[in-house]
Write a protein that binds this ligand. Structure first.
Ligand code: FAD
Ligand code: NAP
Length: 543
């Protein structure tokens, strides 16, 4: 536990007077501390890691970087901050993103409020005192009126239950819990399990350093080139000459980003094959998520989606020399239904002599022994194993805490059939609990820094409203929450998103309820949140 541990100076002293406990010090938690203090609320935050940064503290694997462009994937709340910070690349790498989070923490004096190296183990609502009683891994017990969960949608790692994993004599690394020290792959035979975004970023760099790399692929992924590059001074000057306008344009986009990517609203089916290919090709060359904006119906019309899928498969086949390997790398699910990856030389990596692709879609990893993995009777000798196996996404960081609301109800049990939230912000039977950018909100389908800012602003304004109106508690009604979950799934059902086994649906975790968790469409959502607040928090019981 760090020594920087005491009640925030802006607060009113002893822990019984605490207004707010915030769990997590990633981008969401940091901004929550800042905004709460601006309102004069006393606040303490707990962070399991030893520093700020969240995702960018934990994900130190080679090649980790953002896939929303740096100039957008950053806070917009401070004009001085956005003017002064200079992003070096189109997609900032993990060390730069971590430096940014550290800079924000120092610039806005946020570290005072954070207790590092401390996990919140339980949070029990005391109905009589109308306070949350919070216990930590370090044995501390404190209480606060409000509990804000900024624990992240992609922070509870998924370690697959592969028999014998603990008998492996070599080192096992998870991309989302990467150690601080440099990992030397030289002379090593490395296995990577998983081919999602994390693996796709790490594989080219591991392959270049290791003696041998074996990639175990259960589902092939779509990926387009990131075409990362240094940002030039004129580009940055252009954005900074009207950063507020740039942010506003992005905020009006369905995903809260990409206003300058040029989203074609026309149907792919209205173009000739040559015209379509020219358009796809231009976006493929530009790199990044521009590809998804090639046509307006890629994510809603299967026939249009098939055309985009076909283009990417042809690209894979043109890049990868071995036709059998190329075929195995071609995904079958609709484009975008699992999050598309951006890469720097991913498919090219499979042309290296030291890289092998093992398709485990039909024969899963049978077991691990001290020297490697067994698949379909074949043994793969390995010195190191990298689990790029993702997360118990969107719910795992919340259900990992023993959270009990009214009448001792456990959040984990309440959510056994899928997360039940109203606006993604409140949970019935859990008064004065708020979630930042969690299930039921646009969250992972947006620029998540923007999503966190929007949520935190809403939450602190709500608390301010309660204080100025002398109100003690706010709680989502069950009716509003059930309607909301239906609304979220109803919107998703109009698209191709729910048509494959994605983590958006919880399908990556055995036994997890299959419910579409993030909400599509940031701008409508933002309007809805404002309307709810303006109507005196309609759908919440306030008292
Ligand atoms: P996090 O950054 O996950 O922070 C949550 C923090 O809470 C963690 O530090 C964790 O240790 C702490 N915590 C959790 N439980 C507890 C507990 N019980 N007690 C104490 N502390 C706890 N999104 C984008 O929009 N664009 C991108 O380009 C992008 N790239 C990504 C790349 C990777 C590799 C990953 C994994 C995710 C990426 N994301 C991206 C999503 C990313 O998670 C969000 O952008 C954002 O960083 C989330 O911030 P957060 O504060 O909500 O959560
Ligand atoms: P992920 O997308 O969930 O990928 C996990 C991979 O592991 C998948 O290929 C999955 O296969 C495989 N896997 C899981 N369990 C397995 C098992 N038991 N046996 C074999 N394979 C198994 O996780 P991620 O790559 O960490 O990415 C998660 C999210 O974080 C991304 O979607 C994105 O939102 C974000 N992210 C962003 C970036 C970026 O570019 N900025 C980078 C990394 C992560 P299946 O597909 O078959 O389940």
């Amino acid at each position: 536990m760090s020594t920087q541990e005491h009640t925030d100076q802006g607060g009113s002293g002893g822990t019984d007077a605490l207004d707010l406990v915030i769990v997590g010090a990633g981008f969401g938690g940091l901004y929550a501390i800042h905004r709460a203090r601006q309102l004069g609320l006393s606040v303490r935050a707990f962070e399991a890691g030893d520093d700020v940064g969240g995702t960018w503290y934990w994900n130190r694997y080679p090649g980790a970087r953002c896939d929303v462009e740096s100039v957008e994937y950053s806070y917009g709340f401070s004009e001085e901050l956005q003017q002064e910070w200079v992003w070096s690349e189109r997609y900032a790498c993990q060390p730069e993103l971590l430096r940014y989070a550290q800079h924000v923490a120092e610039r806005f004096n946020l570290r005072h409020a954070i207790t590092f190296g401390t996990r919140v183990r339980s949070a029990i609502y005391d109905d009589v005192a109308q306070r949350w009683r919070v216990s930590t891994s370090e044995g501390e017990e404190i209480s606060a009126r409000f509990l804000v969960l900024a624990t992240g949608c992609l922070s509870a790692t998924n370690v697959p239950d592969i028999p014998g994993l603990d008998t492996f004599a070599g080192r096992i690394l998870h991309t989302g819990r990467w150690p601080r020290e440099e990992i030397d792959f030289a002379g090593q035979r490395v296995g990577v399990v998983g081919t999602g975004s994390s693996a796709i970023q790490a594989i080219p760099l591991i392959a270049a350093a290791a003696t041998e790399l074996v990639v175990f692929q259960r589902t092939a992924s779509y990926s387009v080139p990131a075409r990362n590059r240094p940002l030039t001074a004129p580009e940055l000057d252009r954005i900074k000459s009207d950063y507020a306008g740039f942010r506003a344009r992005n905020r009006a986009m369905p995903g809260g980003f990409g206003a300058d990517l040029g989203w074609n609203t026309a149907s792919a089916l209205d173009y000739t094959a040559e015209q379509r290919d020219a358009l796809y090709e231009e976006r493929w060359q530009r790199g990044g998520f521009a590809f998804l904006g090639s046509f307006g119906d890629t994510s809603v019309n299967k026939a249009a989606n098939d055309l985009a899928a076909d283009f990417i498969r042809r690209k894979i086949k043109s890049i990868v020399n071995d036709p059998a390997v190329a075929e195995a790398l071609c995904p079958e699910q609709p484009v975008g239904c699992k999050r598309m990856a951006l890469d720097s030389g991913y498919f090219e990596t499979f042309n290296r002599d030291n890289v092998k692709l093992i398709d485990i879609s039909k024969h899963p990893i049978d077991h691990v022994d001290s020297t490697g993995l067994w698949v379909n009777g074949q043994h793969f000798e390995l010195d190191m194993l990298v689990l790029a196996t993702g997360y118990d996404a969107m719910t795992g960081s919340y259900t990992g805490i023993d959270i009990r609301g009214r009448d001792g109800r456990a959040l984990k049990e309440e959510w056994a059939g899928g997360p039940l939230t109203y606006l993604g912000l409140g949970v019935p039977n859990f008064p004065n609990l708020f979630i930042v950018a969690g299930p039921g909100s646009p969250s992972v389908l947006t620029n998540m820094v923007l999503a966190a800012e929007q949520h935190v602003d809403w939450i602190v304004e709500c608390i301010d409203y309660m204080n100025t109106h002398g109100l003690a508690t706010i709680e989502a009604t069950a009716e509003a929450a059930h309607e909301w979950v239906e609304h979220v799934n109803g919107i998703a059902a109009l698209t191709l998103y729910p048509t494959c086994n994605s983590w958006y649906l919880g399908a990556n975790i055995p036994g997890k309820a299959r419910v579409f968790m993030p909400l599509l469409g940031f701008p409508d959502y933002e309007v809805r949140c404002s309307e709810v607040a303006a109507a005196g928090y309609a759908g919440f019981e306030v008292g």
